[in-house]
Design a protein around this ligand. Structure first.
Ligand code: GRF
Length: 179
């Protein structure tokens, strides 16, 4: 069963739901994350860092909650915090992330702006297994996305997201089938 972690708008969560994947729980590090509204009748919970003594304690509480909901695969769909080893060891090689660049190029929270600033002609989408680094870990799927003349962060991110919404459900499905 899949648990999804979100921080933002949740269009990738929506893509997983629309693909009919077995999402059982949705958690966030931000109480007001708009993505939570997309969860419908699914259980949701927020784990704000300020409510815990440390990131490790927060992540342990989040892992406990996910496992109580029978989650064994965790998908980061726009989740904007690094996960601690205390979380990752609970789901070994079963936490995956979608990122708006051709990793290992342009990791980090501002990947789309960074690519435009660098003047690259080609961007992309990477789905990868999460480790303790920033957007590092074994790559599962990758697809190129062109950068067009006159692109802004918004127009390029929109084009990238259209690919994310296809590639992320595909990667999750392949991971579930392989198990
Ligand atoms: C996506 O572009 C994803 O690659 C990045 O954050 C964005 C999340 O968008 N990690 P959304 O919340 O799924 O709409």
């Amino acid at each position: 069963m899949i648990g999804v972690l979100v921080s933002g708008g949740g269009t990738n969560l929506q893509a997983l739901l629309d693909a009919g994947l077995p999402v059982r729980a949705v958690a966030s590090n931000k109480r007001g994350a708009p993505a939570l509204a997309r969860a419908g009748d699914l259980p949701t919970a927020s784990f704000e860092l300020s409510d815990y003594a440390s990131r490790a304690e927060r992540d342990t509480a989040m892992a406990d909650w996910l496992q109580q909901h029978d989650v064994d695969v965790v998908v980061l769909a726009g989740y904007m915090h690094l996960l601690t080893p205390q979380f990752l060891e609970r789901f070994p090689a079963r936490v995956i992330n979608v990122h708006p660049s051709l990793l290992p190029d342009f990791p980090g929270a501002h990947a789309v702006a960074d690519q435009l600033a660098a003047g690259v002609r080609e961007s992309g989408v990477t789905v990868h297994v999460v480790d303790e680094g920033i957007d590092s870990g074994p790559i599962l799927l990758q697809e190129r996305v062109p950068v067009l003349e006159g692109d802004t962060v918004e127009t390029l991110h929109e084009r990238i997201k259209r690919v994310e919404h296809r590639l992320l459900p595909q990667a999750v499905e392949e991971l579930l089938c392989a198990r």
